[in-house]
Design a binder for this molecule. Sequence first.
Ligand code: SF4
Ligand code: FE
Length: 483
Amino acid sequence: MALMTGEQYVESMRKLNMQVYMFGKKIECPVDDPILRPSLNSVKMTYDLAQLPEYQDLMTAVSPYTGKRVNRFTHIHQSTQDLMNKVKMQRLLGQKTAACFQRCVGMDAFNAVFSTTYDIDKKYGTTYHENFKKFLLNVQELDYTVDGAMTDPKGDRGLAPHAQADPDLFLHVVERRPDGIVVRGAKAHQTGFINSHEVIVMPTMAMGEDDKDYAVAFSCPTDAEGIFMIVGRQSCDTRKLEGAEMDTGNPTFGGMEALVIFDDVFIPNDRIYLNGEFEFAGVLVERFAGYHRQSYGGCKVGVGDVLIGAAAVAADYNGCPKVSHIKDKIIEMQHLNETLFACGIACSALGTKTESGNYLIDLLLANVCKQNVTRFPYEIVRLAEDIAGGLMVTAPSEKDLRDPKIGPYVDKYLRGVASVSTENRLKILRLIENLSLGTAAVGYRTESMHGAGSPQAQRIMISRQGNLRMKKALAKEIAHIKE
Ligand code: SF4
Ligand code: FE
């Protein structure tokens, strides 16, 4: 198969028997659920665009293992050009969905697990790399979407995994059998789990010897026995049930997160990629986080493009596109957004080849990229809200606009420039609301803070990678200091 169409992807998701809960009820058909469907549509876009000749270079790559063209989301990066194309692809998808399209976590997990399993095998003579390659080739052939699950609930942040009052607060091995292992625990904030065929599970942080049972990585189908998920709420999520598209701001696309429970799930031996080699847990986390911090220099920039466009349209509709401070604010938004893109491209351009053969981003610059992402989208949102005006949070509903009695008043009094309909003005304000406060704010704003690791996680990496010793030596040499 190698490349699925968007429709084939949707049909393939229907065949899964996932256990999904939302608002205290089991969802029988997540694919057709009005709250969840927009998130599926975002992933579908990763398949739709891969079919178009104009996007072939960005959306697809040739697998070095089979010689077949595969979706870039299933590709193992072979060059710095691949790394840069990844970021460009993510920007494109952000522009086309204005939401989180979810499929990147799997791609980032593939590349982190690929090189780390190679390193573990070299040290211990294990067969994790071969196990993983077998899984990967299957994913490439079937064009699967794969979730990457890293974040454990973590309980008491002051205690190591094994020292928690409840040992399941970090996912761990509870039974070892000749044919595999049984795992128990949960993964939180799981982006796109519901829209994925498979999941790669990784440890959430560096582990010590006492946490051996927690140093585990594997893959399994998202509908494996023992897995169930509880969908997270998003601000304004039930607007999707009201039958008033306009009020959602982005009627077609969205993202989703879930708390995923692994309630004694059996993992066969050939699906295991780390099992007790605790010193590699930190390596795996560092690489996955590095790739995902690079990713934010693409996806958030693409969504930022939509938000900047929406702010500029709002200025047009308000009749003030030429006012100097409005023009300046839009320039500032672009400057911030392109700075994020520059970081995403820079950490890719300076990537290096690992011993396993794939390419790793420059970790210092990837962490700088994500650190900027924890700040700039907030400022971009602030400026967009400034330009949009208070109406973005006080406007009446679509149903009021359509009402035969009060609709004409809404239409009359909420008009901006005379040549633009009130409906269009409200639509663009709802989009800004969606990106800054509504369902997409999960993916654009708060995820910019906490996704791929909270700000302090990047600062730790920056302090490790920043080579302060070399900088001190430079200063001493210039100042003619001899110690
Ligand atoms: Fe991809 Fe961005 Fe969503 Fe992460 S937050 S899965 S990088 S779109
Ligand atoms: Fe994310």
